[in-house]
Design a protein around this ligand. Structure first.
Ligand SMILES: Nc1ncnc2c1ncn2[C@@H]1O[C@H](COP(=O)(O)OP(=O)(O)OP(=O)(O)O)[C@@H](O)[C@H]1O
Ligand SMILES: [Mg+2]
Length: 360
């Protein structure tokens, strides 16, 4: 049941309609260009990385997939890095002599093991250096990099040093488009990564016809019949986001839910994830102002309407600079888009959340 499998896809034939992005990721990586993969939640970022790894391994790269979910501090980064090294084919054997001398790192039957190093940042640098010193080309993928926001200053320095010293290491990043990812992609002149920012690959939701074919093919694979008008409704409500289409298909084909329940469950799951993401974004920002602006843009709005809504939300008159700053940071975080003076929320789940929940 490959298409409706809820895990990230891992082989090229399981990855639907991402040939262009896959080729681009492989091409850039082979050319030693660092890459950031962007897109809304559940767009297929992890799947793209994992499938690209099959091709990159065939092309002679060693790939290290590092899942940073929940990592937070340097110790978490080190543990995630060790897990990535140990699951990379043959890599931990290759670097074992180099890593044995590093403080806080040992090498046992399970591969690289991290104890509690006294200076975790130094240990991180030493570990990456041990990889860089080995012959061969390496791709290290930091998935969900926003988790490392707290240590971003140190991390950026380490990344810049790697960039300057070990051209055989290529980094690929994914993460929410604010905080650390933004600093990576748009480094200011004082940032250690100034002039070295990664190339961007943006994963758009599937177009309507692609989303329809995705569901049709998935149901066919599972030998389940679903009428065209139900498929159309699902495509419309889930707006082509691959992960939501997959979950909906899985709810029907595997859990045997009826269409309505399968769709409702998918939407409520989606709302939870999007709310989490939004709360994360709102941390440390002018909450009332941002929420009012977002709610206004959920129904498509122009500057004056947004300014009015922000004023009402904050309970005071607001000046143009305040509205400008709010809209710019919402755009930078990819939460809204602007076209010819009209602002809109694109992600259907985010739109539903803004229109249906209180969010005070
Ligand atoms: N192009 C695709 N073809 C087939 N299935 C896909 C595709 N893209 C995503 N999926 C499926 O959608 C779900 C989400 O994919 P994935 O985890 O790769 O997305 P993500 O962008 O990394 O999500 P998150 O924002 O949670 O990190 C998974 O079940 C995956 O199998
Ligand atoms: Mg992911």
């Amino acid at each position: 049941m490959p298409l409706f499998d809820l895990n990230p896809k891992e082989s090229p034939k399981e990855l639907f309609a991402r040939e262009k992005e896959l080729d681009e990721l492989v091409r850039l990586t082979e050319a030693k260009r660092w890459v950031a993969i962007l897109g809304p939640r559940m767009a297929g970022k992890t799947s793209l990385i994992k499938v690209a790894n099959v091709k990159l391994e065939n092309a002679g790269f060693k790939t290290v997939y590092v899942n940073l979910w929940g990592a937070q501090r340097t110790q978490g980064l080190l543990n995630a890095l060790a897990r990535g090294l140990n699951s990379s084919k043959g890599l931990s054997q290759k670097i074992k002599d180099g890593v044995r001398r590093i403080e806080g790192v040992s090498f046992g039957p399970g591969g690289v093991a991290i104890s509690a190093p006294k200076k975790p940042m130094t240990t991180t640098w030493d570990l990456l250096t041990a990889i860089g010193r080995e012959a061969g080309d390496y791709v290290i993928e930091l998935d969900e990099i926003q988790e490392l926001a707290v240590i971003s200053g140190h991390l950026l320095k380490i990344l810049a040093n790697i960039f300057n010293t070990y051209s055989n290491i290529v980094f690929v990043f994914t993460g929410s488009m604010f905080g650390l990812m933004k600093t990576l992609l748009e480094p200011g002149p004082s940032s250690p990564l100034y002039g070295r920012s990664p190339a961007k690959i943006y994963l758009q939701p599937f177009k309507k016809e692609q989303a329809t074919s995705f569901l049709r093919r998935g149901f066919q694979e599972c030998d389940v019949k679903v009428s065209e008008n139900l498929i159309d409704e699902a495509v419309e409500k889930l707006d082509g986001v691959p992960g939501w289409l997959t979950l909906y298909g899985n709810n029907i084909a595997v859990r045997k839910l009826h269409h309505k329940d399968a769709l409702n469950e998918t939407i409520s799951e989606g709302l939870k994830i999007v709310k989490d993401e939004l709360e994360h974004y709102l941390e440390g920002r002018d909450r009332a102002g941002h929420i009012s602006a977002l709610k206004a843009t959920a129904t498509v709005a122009r500057w004056t309407e947004i300014k009015g809504a922000v004023g009402i939300g904050k309970g005071s008159t607001v000046n143009d600079a305040t509205v400008y700053n709010i809209l710019e940071s919402l755009k930078a975080a990819m939460l809204i888009k602007e076209e010819k003076g009209v602002y809109r929320v694109d992600d259907p789940m985010m739109k539903t959340l803004l229109l249906t929940s209180k969010l005070t």
